[in-house]
Ligand binder design. Structure first.
Ligand code: F6R
Length: 240
């Protein structure tokens, strides 16, 4: 694991964006795993900037997102599909058919999980998976006590995650379930980039990077992955 501690999140985002850009230039058909939330926003803005300056093309890449809420359609502004369109996909030259996000509106959610996992495998797996981390140590929506063995599956969101994300739903009608890539799916990525910003992530970062590897702190499993870069701002690193 490579730990990079920066003065601020802007620097972390720029460095992580550089790392993605370098990989894409060397591997134009890269398969990339993306995340939503506030953490990757500056990184996505940087990738868009590279594209606008004609320094990078996403035309042949394939993208897989970590997760999606159940019961929220792609054109609903609360969906992660919408988030990705707005904050990345509609601003770069990635092909629509190469943007994959679990379908939280599927009438057979179990089948949707299987379909998604198979699609990742059919694309020969993810080259670089981007991760944020929840205040409770979740990665994707793999909440504390999730099995490390799971592939893409349906989860009940924990009270801590419901509280953290309810701000996006004006504190009402927040979905209680999501589809998420499992820990096993995430660990199959050849490389993982974890970004964390702010002191509300400091406890989870300390426990995940220096504590015991345990399902009660899902991100702790990253200690077992051979190729992880962790970018932290001072606040997220403050308890290390
Ligand atoms: C998002 C995801 C989550 C977030 C995490 C941090 O696709 O899978 O694990 O990365 O909840 O969220 P933010 O970045 O909003 O603090």
């Amino acid at each position: 694991m490579q730990l990079i501690i920066n003065e601020n999140h802007q620097q972390s985002s720029e460095q992580a964006a550089k790392s993605f850009a370098k990989f894409i230039r060397q591997n134009p058909k890269a398969v990339l795993g993306f995340a939503t939330g506030s953490t990757p926003l500056l990184l996505y803005a940087k990738l868009i900037e590279y594209y606008q300056r004609k320094e990078l093309s996403f035309q042949s890449i394939t993208a897989f997102n970590l997760d999606e809420y159940v019961g929220i359609a792609a054109d609903n502004s609360h969906s992660y599909a919408y988030f990705m369109q707005k904050n990345l996909f509609s601003n770069i030259d990635i092909l629509a058919q190469n943007c994959h996000i679990p379908n939280g509106m599927s009438t057979d959610l179990e089948l949707e999980c299987e379909r998604y996992e198979h699609l990742i495998l059919a694309n020969k797996g993810i080259d670089i998976q981007l991760l944020g981390i929840g205040r409770n140590g979740h990665i994707g929506f793999n909440e504390p006590a999730s099995s490390f063995e799971e592939n893409t599956h349906i989860v009940n969101l924990s009270p801590s995650t419901l509280e953290a994300n309810s701000k996006y739903f004006n504190n009402q009608n927040m979905p209680k379930k999501a589809i998420t890539m499992g820990i096993a799916s995430i660990l199959r990525a050849k490389k993982i980039i974890l970004l964390a910003e702010g002191d509300d992530k400091a406890k989870a970062i300390k426990a995940s990077l220096t504590g015991e590897i345990t399902p009660t702190m899902p991100a702790s499993i990253l200690q077992s992955h051979p190729n992880v870069d962790v970018y932290l701002d001072q606040a997220a690193a403050s308890l290390l």
